[in-house]
Write a protein that binds this ligand. Structure first.
Ligand code: C5P
Length: 327
């Protein structure tokens, strides 16, 4: 069999249905209860064999290249979002290739291309999704064929949100978010996402959280949320959505308050900041609801957000969806 010379992987964004944040830990992270829900907003990551570099006598690489990264490109709709994608070895997708190559000793020079649809620095784990996709794509390209548990471990090393896209669906993450357990969630839901022209740094939002909540309690999974998901009840789900980082994100970008209020006033069943923001997520229906009822609510929320002039872009999606898929 000839080995693939190009591998493309599609990977979903996530929205957090619950993000409960405990006090800061000694390692700089926070203990979380993080309910991830994969939604149909996808990046596509392509990895391609690059010709081995002629090599310098000292084995050094050009600035921006890692030992294995031979090039990184990105494309997508939004110029403002693309301008925030690092195109060098600091991109987490490049980090994934380097980590896999280091772990197996079988890495070969690779070009990585990111086709971006997930908002960048938007609280929907787009960078983490790209890293997860690059990890499984390089694993296929290089024929390293690691067991799933090893891929999950490497993903967790790369970042708190990198393991989840390997699973997809709806899952609770504990620890710093990387210890995953799938949740019972038989329903499908429609979502509207309001993208901001601004990005928020995850670290900065956690820092603001520490300032606002020095007395944060240990995080616990919401019983109301688990019940709503198990019953596929969209109204109960809308009421159960919570995000401890929301206050911190609003403190850094106060205009988000108006975005949330606009979608809620237009009839959304739930409205919250996604992850560390600034993307705002609106649940507009699902479960056993009539499709026409959901479509009407969705149209009303989209129209109000559009009329508000507050958002850079408004996108519709559904969840949950599966994790990484080879194309
Ligand atoms: O793990 P990841 O690289 O995505 O985390 C980015 C930043 O978010 C961390 O450097 C840390 O400041 C913050 N973070 C945290 N606690 C977590 C996850 C992330 O404080 N559980």
């Amino acid at each position: 069999m000839t080995a693939d010379t190009t591998v493309t992987v599609r990977v979903p964004a996530k929205v957090n249905l619950q993000l409960a944040v405990g006090p800061g830990r000694e390692d700089g992270f926070h203990d979380l209860v993080n309910v991830f829900h994969a939604v149909s907003l996808f990046d596509e990551v392509t990895v391609q064999e690059a010709r081995p570099r002629s090599g310098r006598p000292d084995g050094s690489t050009s600035p921006g290249e890692g030992p294995l990264l031979a090039g990184l490109t990105a494309n997508g709709h939004s110029v403002s979002h693309l301008s925030r994608v690092p195109l060098d070895s600091s991109n987490l997708a490049a980090g994934a290739a380097e980590l896999l190559g280091g772990e197996t000793g079988l890495g070969r020079p690779v070009r990585i291309h990111l086709e971006k649809r997930i908002p960048v620095a938007g609280g929907m784990a787009g960078g983490s999704a790209d890293a997860a996709a690059a990890l499984v794509a390089c694993d296929r390209l290089w024929g390293t064929d690691l067991p799933r548990e090893t891929l999950l471990r490497l993903a967790a090393e790369l970042g708190s949100d990198v393991a989840f896209p390997l699973l997809g669906g709806t899952a609770v993450g504990r620890g710093r978010g990387e210890i995953l357990e799938p949740m019972d969630s038989p329903g499908r839901y429609r979502w509207v996402f309001a993208l901001s022209p601004h990005g928020l740094s995850t670290g900065a939002v956690f820092g603001e959280y520490d300032r606002l909540r020095p007395d944060a309690p240990a995080p616990e999974l919401s019983t109301a949320l688990s019940r709503a998901l198990a019953a596929a009840d969209p109204v109960a789900l809308g009421r159960a959505l919570t995000n401890d980082l929301q206050e911190a994100a609003l403190s850094l970008l106060p205009e988000l308050e108006r975005t949330l209020a606009t979608g809620a006033a237009a009839g959304a069943l739930g409205a919250l900041v996604s992850g560390s923001g600034p993307t705002c997520a609106f649940l507009v229906g699902g479960g056993a609801e009539e499709a026409s009822v959901v479509a009407e609510r969705e149209a009303a929320v989209v129209a109000s957000l559009e009329a508000s002039g507050l958002c850079e872009q408004i996108v519709r999606a559904e969840g949950d969806v599966p994790g990484v898929v080879f194309m």
